[in-house]
Design a protein around this ligand. Sequence first.
Ligand code: NAG
Ligand code: NAG
Ligand code: NAG
Length: 447
Amino acid sequence: MKPSSSRKLSIKTCIFASVLFIIRLRLAHGESDVINTLFANYDKALRPYYEKGTPTFVNCTLLIESFGNIEEANMEYRVYAYFHLAWKDPRLSGKLNRTINLKGDQITNVWVPDPYCYNARESNMMSPDEETHSNLKIKPDGEIYYSRGLTLLASCSMDLKYFPLDSQMCFLKFGSYGHTVEDIIFKWAPGETDIGIGREELAQFVYTGSSLESGVADISTGNYSTITAKFSFKRRIGYYLIQVYFPDVFVVVLSWIVFWMEKDDIGNRMALGITTILTMMFLLGSLNGNLPKVSYPKALDWYLLFSFSFVFLSLIESTVVFLFAGKANKNEKIKCKKHTIPLTTRIASSLKCFVRSKSADVNNASDDYKGVSENDLEMGFRPSKADKALVDDAEAEVPHNRSTKIKRMEKKASNIDRVSRILFPLVFLVFNLFYWTFFNGHVVQQQ
Ligand SMILES: *[C@@H]1O[C@H](CO)[C@@H](O)[C@H](O)[C@H]1NC(C)=O
Ligand SMILES: *[C@@H]1O[C@H](CO)[C@@H](O)[C@H](O)[C@H]1NC(C)=O
Ligand SMILES: *[C@@H]1O[C@H](CO)[C@@H](O)[C@H](O)[C@H]1NC(C)=O
């Protein structure tokens, strides 16, 4: 490009830019003229129809952009929305040829209603218009459309009895902060039957619908017009199936392995039982971490507690089986002791007593027993023939007793195991049938 042509071009752009600037200046001047004439003799402190004494009707529309996470722990949820208000201000009618759009601080020239959200914990409703997305349209006939971006953190009381197979209903309630029903009446815009939702996707919930209500809040300072939007959500079960129900079932099934283990292998049986119990306790504890500490058991708690008692009972079963099986083994040993050892020791000790008393008598009179210690006497003692026969008899009795009593005990132990193998899975299955039909039925009912 030649230097002369580039200079020409830059001069052209300069002129173009300055013309644009002048046009813009004139436009701005013109608009502010319109605004000045529009708001001449306009008292923004007074609501429309103040002089007439009739209330100002405000038609409201709520458009939900998206719902933030619904948090059970604090029982609250976030809403990103647009709030549209429409009312008529007769003082501004007939002053415009075309609709005028105001934004930011220009909006402060106009009287606007003072809505607030009853159940909001955080909200940007009272922040100045410059700090939020806001827009105000004035039509030539005096109708005013006011729109604001809304971010709310609203409370939502939840009944968690059926958690995580529950549905929840959350609401947003709006009303004027300072104007009673005599001054402002909020209504849902005519033809509005439910709330428009931009994005219905939520991580944990499925949005199932909304309903609109309007009413009057009777507060000590007066009666206030209110409008309420209610949203229904159904919880997605998928997360809890994967995180809780399936692992839980596996742990319970795992705890049944003990019924197939050796009856007197108490070490391994206990190890498995206690491991499954600890896993269960971990499942119980880990879940309720981000849930409010409600005083009633939730549906999930019922399931976990029932599973826990299952695992616990299988541990108890192992103990009972061991007691039977182990008692049988011990009985065998105890019987042998009773019939062999005590007999000789009993005789030896009775002889010792006899010798002691005798030697006390004899010590002074004669020295016959001198030099012979008590131990020698004891060692020297051998059971007589009659005694030996007695011992033999007792020993002969042992195998007979063992074959009946011990076998009976062992049979009892294996019977307990055999019954448990069928009873535990059966009861667990029945419990599951009842559980899922009951809570699924409840979900259908609530919808
Ligand atoms: C508000 O709704 C009423 C009907 O309930 C309607 O007559 C009126 O024109 C609406 N006002 C505005 C400003 O849209
Ligand atoms: C409206 O239009 C009429 C004629 O077209 C004009 O005389 C008047 O000044 C306009 N008013 C405003 C507020 O622009
Ligand atoms: C509110 O309205 C009720 C009737 O709907 C009335 O009895 C009560 O006095 C009103 N409260 C006030 C403060 O005006």
